[in-house]
Design a protein around this ligand. Structure first.
Ligand SMILES: Nc1ncnc2c1ncn2[C@@H]1O[C@H](COP(=O)(O)OP(=O)(O)OP(=O)(O)O)[C@@H](O)[C@H]1O
Length: 266
């Protein structure tokens, strides 16, 4: 297989990534190659290390190993440098400014790439890239409403819009569809497919219906390590994955395994 850059694709290469919390390895020697244009899903039981992995790649916790993006190692960079290099993320809890309008939230997020003296210029009108983001996330009609009145799903879409105006080329989304209705969840998946062709998208997710509908590649983490990677069908048939999830009656991935197998295993 050709190297990712020979294909003209953007990618993030993670090698031997380790996060050590005073002797406890929350992330333990993780290798990942994340390619532009694919929806990567990161799944695994609670405590598997998914969020810590993303924390490490966005500069929020120190890590060892390598995270190469456009010939720079993210692990050597500060969080604001990582954002400016095109890496963006959302958090499990929406982090929009509730008292500011949708438009103001986007304007502030877009300020990441503007010099301080140019910030006031944005108030003279809606910049094209903000308008475009509003349309993409479907919130044009709500642009002047305070973000606090948005429905749960709409807040998550606003957060995705904030990544768009930051021009994030790599997007990490942490449990974006948690608490969404079926309609919101499907709309979110379709949004990610639309914007994902030009980006590298990694979604941490427990909602297996969502994974089943939209994942191109699934990585299963367990105890800080990558347990398996592949299509959902490949993951489902992996004996180690079944072993980790079976017996955890309430966990999400159990329902990805054939029903008969679940009945026998639990
Ligand atoms: N700052 C920290 N110091 C010590 N241990 C931590 C710290 N942050 C996370 N951990 C531990 O690291 C492990 C991985 O946690 P993490 O939140 O990354 O898991 P996760 O896979 O994202 O789980 P969930 O699906 O519940 O969000 C857990 O055992 C957690 O308690």
């Amino acid at each position: 297989m050709s190297a990712p850059d020979e294909l003209g694709q953007d990618y993030l290469e993670v090698r031997d990534l380790t996060v050590d919390f005073e002797g406890f390895k929350a992330v333990d020697g993780v290798d990942l190659t994340l390619l532009q244009g694919r929806l990567h899903f990161l799944i695994g039981p609670n405590g598997a290390g998914k969020t810590t992995l993303v924390d490490a790649l966005t500069g929020l916790v120190p890590a060892t190993g390598l995270a190469r993006y456009r010939n720079r190692d993210l692990l050597t960079m500060k969080p604001h440098q990582i954002v400016r290099s095109g890496i963006g993320r959302t958090f499990q809890t929406a982090t929009v400014f509730e008292h500011l309008s949708v438009l103001q939230n986007l304007d502030i997020a877009g300020g990441v790439h503007r010099k301080a003296w140019r910030l006031p210029l944005a108030r003279r009108g809606t910049p094209d890239y903000v308008q475009h983001a509003l349309e993409t996330i479907g919130l044009t009609d709500l642009r002047d409403r305070p973000a606090g009145v948005l429905a749960h799903g709409q807040k998550q879409w606003l957060e995705i819009g904030m990544l768009l105006v930051q021009d994030a080329k790599v997007m990490f989304l942490d449990e974006t569809v948690a608490g969404m209705s079926h309609e919101e969840r499907d709309a979110t998946g379709e949004l990610l497919q639309r914007i994902g062709s030009e980006r590298t998208t990694v979604v941490i997710e427990h909602d297996m219906d969502f994974v089943r509908s939209f994942a191109d590649v699934v990585t299963v983490m367990h105890a800080g390590k990558v347990l398996a990677e592949g299509s959902l069908a490949e993951i489902q048939s992996d004996a180690r994955v079944q072993e980790v999830y079976l017996g955890r009656a309430a966990t999400a991935v159990a329902d990805t395994v054939e029903a008969t197998y679940i009945e026998e295993g639990v």
